[in-house]
Ligand binder design. Sequence first.
Ligand SMILES: [Zn+2]
Ligand SMILES: [Zn+2]
Length: 254
Amino acid sequence: MIVTFLGTGTSQGVPVIACNCEVCTSADPRDKRLRTSVMIEDNEKVIVIDSGPDFRSQMLREKVQRLDAIVFTHEHKDHIAGLDDIRAFNHKQQGPIDVYATVQVQAALKREFHYIFAEFRYPGIPQLTLHTIAVDHFFIGDLKFIPVEVMHYKLPVLGFRINDFTYITDAKTVAQKEVEKIKGSRILVINALQKQDHISHFTFDEAIAFARSIGAEKTYLTHVSHNLGKHADISAILPLGIELAYDGLKLITD
Ligand SMILES: [Zn+2]
Ligand SMILES: [Zn+2]
């Protein structure tokens, strides 16, 4: 399985519009962060977790030729806003895209993209097939997805464990019974917003403490704000086994 970080930035992305801080003006390409999303490819399926506002540019950058499914973590705009752009894949593949989402996320999709679900549908609008997920595992092709529920302040967000890879974004707290589902993962991705405290996101220190409690061989930090600092500066202070992800980074898992 190949995991590609399509985006590793928090909701505003990095650089932030009109910000002249040292991160937003950095020449390092690793300081350019589109909104958070990953692509998972195995022999038969191409799956994207979340389709944020940068979905189109992410598909173009990675030259993605087909898309089988989108799995949503939660309904915030920075994770769903790009859904309309599945139209290109609908057209090329001559069929709908499978979308996996909780009942709560589906309700948000129906509000935000009402025209997709209208009774009389305008020609050329996105076509998708909704699949309802909850706490139970589900399969996309041969890949078994185990949902891991984390809390984004008061909003439940789903992370996913796929074999020994676990992907979690937008967590602030994780119940012990969910932590048990993550344990034993070889590769862990978790969110780390900034050093300053935040009501709904792990801080840098909280993410490192969480990574240590899981003890994966490798942990990658994502959903990063410009407040965290430059990629090179933060990478230099991270403990062994924990790395700052960047857009375009690819991981090969087994
Ligand atoms: Zn900035
Ligand atoms: Zn987010």
